[in-house]
Design a protein around this ligand. Structure first.
Ligand SMILES: NC(=O)c1ccc[n+]([C@@H]2O[C@H](COP(=O)([O-])OP(=O)(O)OC[C@H]3O[C@@H](n4cnc5c(N)ncnc54)[C@H](O)[C@@H]3O)[C@@H](O)[C@H]2O)c1
Length: 251
């Protein structure tokens, strides 16, 4: 059997039931990783796990709300006890809501910060100690290019994603000396259920702005997450923000 880039690695992927998270889970499965897939959508999580199993991978599921401190602590413990450790953490769970700041309900703000930023802190908080102990680990945080450029009616989302980028850089500095590499991916517009509700008028105007002229697909983001988790490909990435974004942002 061909060697996979992630043979013998155990990966925990949040937001694994849909879109980019599901594509990363499938790509990791194809590269030989054993997987714990987490998402609050239990039913779609099972579909995602089946896809990984079809690729020959061990994939167990945990329906979980990633904003819950105790639940994420148990999630990481389950990964360690059932799969034998945690080598790679992919923080991909996220939501998208829209409102101009002057109309935004504080609850909408708080929910966004909880799902898109606090969850990243929590999963890192519980997973990174295990990685430090084994002197090897990879964290891949899914941010967004809107954390760099900002988006109209998306102050909460842009702030959360900018927060993820800041957390990524700070944590990368803390733990790189101990063999734990932390990086972010900041995708541009990707065709997933998250953007399905956006009007076609907005989407075609957006497409026209992109040097590539089209949105990406989840399978086109997943290989970047494989690269960051793999050796030797990911070895020199520390606190970086990689941008599969159709050319929308060129830092
Ligand atoms: N689609 C895009 O254009 C795009 C662009 C840049 C960044 N992103 C980011 O990529 C990530 C994945 O987004 P996607 O486009 O695949 O969206 P998606 O809606 O297809 O997937 C998001 C997943 O996160 C899960 N989730 C949401 N809240 C959760 C919670 N509290 N606990 C557990 N799971 C929860 C959902 O159930 C869903 O399965 C997100 O962080 C998103 O912000 C997406």
């Amino acid at each position: 059997m061909a060697m996979g880039a992630l043979d013998n690695r155990v990966a925990l992927v949040t937001g694994a039931a849909s879109g980019i998270g599901a594509a990363i889970a499938a790509a990791y499965a194809e590269e030989g990783a054993r997987l714990l897939l987490a998402d609050r959508d239990g039913a779609r999580l099972e579909d995602s796990a089946r896809r990984c199993a079809d690729a020959g991978a061990t994939a167990v599921t945990s329906p979980v709300d990633v904003t819950d401190s105790e639940a994420t602590r148990r999630l990481v413990e389950r990964c360690v006890t059932e799969l034998g450790g945690i080598d790679v953490l992919v923080n991909c769970a996220g939501i998208l809501t829209q409102a101009p700041l002057v109309e935004m309900d504080p609850q909408t703000w708080d929910e966004m910060i909880a799902v898109d930023l606090r969850s990243v802190f929590l999963c890192c908080r519980w997973a990174v100690p295990h990685m430090l102990e084994q002197r090897w680990g990879r964290v891949v945080n899914i941010a967004s290019q809107l954390g760099i450029k900002g988006g109209e009616s998306l102050t909460h989302y842009s702030a959360a994603k900018a927060g993820v980028i800041g957390l990524t850089k700070a944590l990368a500095r803390e733990v790189a000396p101990y063999g734990v590499l932390v990086n972010a991916i900041a995708p541009g517009p990707i065709e997933t259920p998250m953007v399905a509700g956006i009007t076609e008028t907005w989407k075609s105007a957006k497409r026209a702005e992109l040097p590539l002229g089209r949105f990406g697909r989840p399978e086109e983001v997943a290989p970047t997450a494989v690269l960051l988790a793999s050796e030797p490909g990911g070895n020199l990435y520390v606190g970086q923000v990689l941008g599969p974004n159709s050319g929308d942002v060129m830092p």
